[in-house]
Design a protein around this ligand. Sequence first.
Ligand SMILES: Cc1ncc(COP(=O)(O)O)c(C=O)c1O
Length: 427
Amino acid sequence: MIDKESDETMIMKIKSDTETETKAEMGRDEMAETPKLDLSGAERTARIVELERGSVIQTYTRQPILLVRGSGARVWDAEGREYIDFVAGVAVNTVGHCHPAVVEAIRRQAIELIHTSNLYYTENQVLLAEELKGLTGMDRAFFCNSGAESVEAALKLARKATGRSKIVAAIHSFHGRTLGSLGATYKPMYREPFRPLNEADFVPYDDPEALASAVSVDTSAVILEPVQGEGGVNVPSPEYLRAAREICDDCGALLILDEVQTGFGRTGKWFGKEHSGVMPDAMTLAKGIAGGLPMGAMLAAESVSNVFQRGDHASTFGGGPLVSAAALASIGAIKDEKLVERSEAMGRYLRSRLAEEIDALDVRGLGLMVGVEMEANCPEIVARARERGILLNATSDRVLRMVPPLVIGKEEIDRVVTVLGEILREP
Ligand SMILES: Cc1ncc(COP(=O)(O)O)c(C=O)c1O
């Protein structure tokens, strides 16, 4: 006997498969993207810019373009202009925009199950936790939805594990904007309006002595980025994290490595900690974890992870089936396409081309996490590069940050370096 309901489900699936295949066959250029406003080109951009001013809380300074499509290391705006993307959604799109394996994983999962909460088991979350254990050598995962949330989880874990509340962080650190993570974020102008916070003691980065003198038996955690991102792409010596590990061990404080930006191949290794061989007590992940979908994870060593007991921490959406499917697909693509090795090779190429072509004070970084320090107005350079089809980001007036998708090619790098050189030679 035919089960009517499962038969109908099957027909719906076949229909949806056929529709997707037809779209895929059409090729991206012919695929109609669906404008929500009955406007096109410059008018559509202008209208959205105007509406945003009246309807979205004004916390961002945005570039005046309306992005509508992405593929690999390129994005397109509503006026049909193409850009090489050296921002990658702020170091998120490691496998490139709309990677086919990620798109397919999302599509398949979306027709099965999107959300359940953590009141039940879901397979993708557990498989992802296993995958992350294998990649990092850490023991357990807690899933959340962003970098700041992963830092919150780590700070809470450190507080409960040690019974202490003091935090030590580095000058020029960035760990997020929620009230807990903000306390460990350096920029005084970010913290000042929101006091009182549980503020860290901030010590110079890459300075083991300064760290040793700040950490005491009252310290719950030292939190450090393996390479500082928002602070201007600052690379410490490998000895720094090793010294931090010893200092924490001596005082019984947890070492938290914030790998939100450095994770998933960004620095030419799977994780930034591998450059020094240090194992932290807790490690925070987000950005490049799920092919562009929002996800965070806090990984912990067995010695501290059991400190969190049922009810100590939670997230409604954390590690849901859809985002976990995307993460598994994205990790699979990083492996299949050897993107970690590619990040190392392309990062080396980018830094050498920049050193040849650009009159910079410093070109620094690891893998495809590159900072260019210049005696120039970097926000102005970002605007001029955008007009020439290149998306860049400045972490300050003097530092350009380059964090393209790891799929970036030599030709795209050459184009970016050439255009940047032209801009810098202009009067
Ligand atoms: C090292 C680091 N930690 C934490 C965060 C906060 O992540 P999110 O913006 O996802 O909350 C960021 C964001 O840039 C980051 O670079």
